[in-house]
Design a binder for this molecule. Structure first.
Ligand code: DX5
Ligand code: ZN
Length: 211
């Protein structure tokens, strides 16, 4: 079971301290949400900040690209030193090629789907992906409510491939995490629930204790 706090809602004026607190609390990975204002309505940060984050933690960086034409940017994120690069199936025309290119850059390749996207869009490439990310909110913002039907998608995916790494992202809190875990998720992205807490280290521990 992997806990991947997302820094999207962290304090960017004090990012290093926030990341170290999550690390001390038992975070396994740090999740980086990259948004371009096109694929999603919001803009976050790019490879330059990812590179800075790389310098302040040894934890694997889990880079979630919510951008159009991700093929133009994967090399920059690989160079920044991230371990996982996850692209949205909806954002590229050539998903097979893109997953192979991510691996050629020396990274693990993940594929994400939005709540309204069917599992059918990724079933043929499951053996190519190191991880599948099921979005449990419409991507773009932290702090949204968990969409319950995503659990059914997780269950069907888990039945299809018992050894698959399945990540869930959006609206994960102390109530929804156990539901996602029981449906078959093994990687939990937790954004505002951890970084909006007064004590980030303690809150990370609370999640560590329930997975
Ligand atoms: C949403 C992002 C998430 C977000 C999660 O578009 O992909 O990673 O940071 O935040 P919470 O946990 O607050 O829903
Ligand atoms: Zn994310």
């Amino acid at each position: 079971m992997i806990i991947a706090p997302s820094v999207l809602n962290a304090n960017f004026l004090n990012l290093e301290a926030d990341i170290k607190a999550a690390e001390k609390g038992g975070a396994d990975w740090i999740h980086l949400d990259i948004m371009d204002g096109n694929f999603v309505p919001n803009i976050s940060f790019g490879p330059g900040i990812a590179q800075q984050i790389r310098k302040c933690t040894k934890l694997p960086l889990d880079c979630h690209l919510m951008i159009e034409r991700p093929e133009l940017h994967i090399a920059a994120f690989a160079k920044a030193g991230v371990e996982y690069i996850t692209v949205h199936a909806e954002a590229t025309k050539h998903l097979d090629r893109l997953l192979n290119q991510i691996k050629e850059l020396g990274c693990k390749a993940g594929v994400a789907i939005n709540p309204a996207t069917s599992l059918d869009s990724i079933t043929d490439i499951l053996d190519l992906a190191d991880m599948v990310l099921i979005m449990s909110v419409n991507p773009g913002f932290g702090g949204q409510s968990f969409i319950p039907y995503s659990l059914d998608k997780v269950k069907r995916l888990r039945a299809m491939k018992p050894d698959l790494q399945i990540e869930i992202d959006g609206g994960i809190n102390l109530k929804t995490l156990p539901q996602a875990r029981d449906a078959g998720v093994n990687i939990f992205v937790i954004g505002s629930a951890i970084f909006s807490a007064k004590n980030i280290e303690q809150e990370t521990k609370n999640y560590r204790n329930i997975v």
